[in-house]
Design a protein around this ligand. Structure first.
Ligand SMILES: [Zn+2]
Length: 230
């Protein structure tokens, strides 16, 4: 059965904040970091097979009330992010531990980076990353084709540090997330402007589903920067 809002393989949709819906080539429907109902984005009505949760904050772990009975993969167990490694259908999910701040986790605790290895591409979701990546973490992540990167600052890395993280992972496409929009205009995070200013050009996506096509004839040699809309 096809999900409501995603048409087919390779389609993605930004649902607001750090939540994306995506479908693997083999049809595994993934939902990343769903926010709970207190977050004023439109309610998530996506049916999915797997939900990833980067850390246990309300704007990332709203798994209650989701349609169906998806498998929930939680990166943080107890006080730490654990190096989970599970395969569902044609997707291997790995967690690379990281922190939610740049003070050793003392402010906001642990955060898990989800690496989703699919036959045709690897998608990396950084969760609420709070610091630049060291070499060890970069090599633990490994190949990264599509990067979902927080850029709004305050609770996560800001636009400038996000650009540094993009340059260290060198994805084919980096998609900004976790920034201020009209839905969360009172939140103390910034819009994507500082991140955008780091690049020669950025592509603004229209609201709704978008296709991720990594065919060489579709992409240049440089990382493409995409700013989604909702
Ligand atoms: Zn957050």
């Amino acid at each position: 059965m096809k999900p409501d809002n995603i048409r087919e393989v390779r389609y993605m949709k930004w649902l607001g904040h750090a939540a994306f819906g995506l479908v693997s080539q083999g049809g595994v429907r993934i939902l990343t970091d769903p926010f709970d109902n207190s977050v004023p984005y439109p309610h998530i009505a996506l049916e999915c097979d797997v939900v990833t949760v980067s850390h246990e904050h309300f704007d990332h772990n709203g798994v209650e009330g989701l349609k169906g009975s998806p498998r929930v993969l939680r990166a943080v167990v107890g006080k730490e992010a654990t190096p989970l490694d599970e395969t569902v259908g044609d997707v291997r999910f790995r967690v690379v531990p990281s922190l939610h701040d740049d003070k050793g986790g003392s402010l906001r605790g642990p955060n898990g980076i989800f690496v989703m290895e699919m036959p045709d591409m690897t998608v990396v979701h950084l969760g609420d990353l709070g610091h630049p990546l060291d070499e060890k973490t970069v090599s633990a992540i490994g190949k990264c084709d599509v990067l979902l990167v927080p850029v709004g600052g305050h609770y996560t890395i800001d636009g400038k540090t996000a650009a540094q993280v993009v340059r260290s992972l060198r994805p084919k496409v980096a998609i900004a997330m976790h920034f201020k929009t009209s839905y969360i205009k009172d939140w103390p995070i910034s819009g994507p402007e500082d991140f955008e200013a780091e690049w020669k050009s950025v592509k603004k996506l229209p609201p709704g589903e978008f296709d991720v096509d990594l065919s060489p004839d579709k992409l240049g040699p440089e990382t493409e920067i995409w700013i989604p809309a909702i």
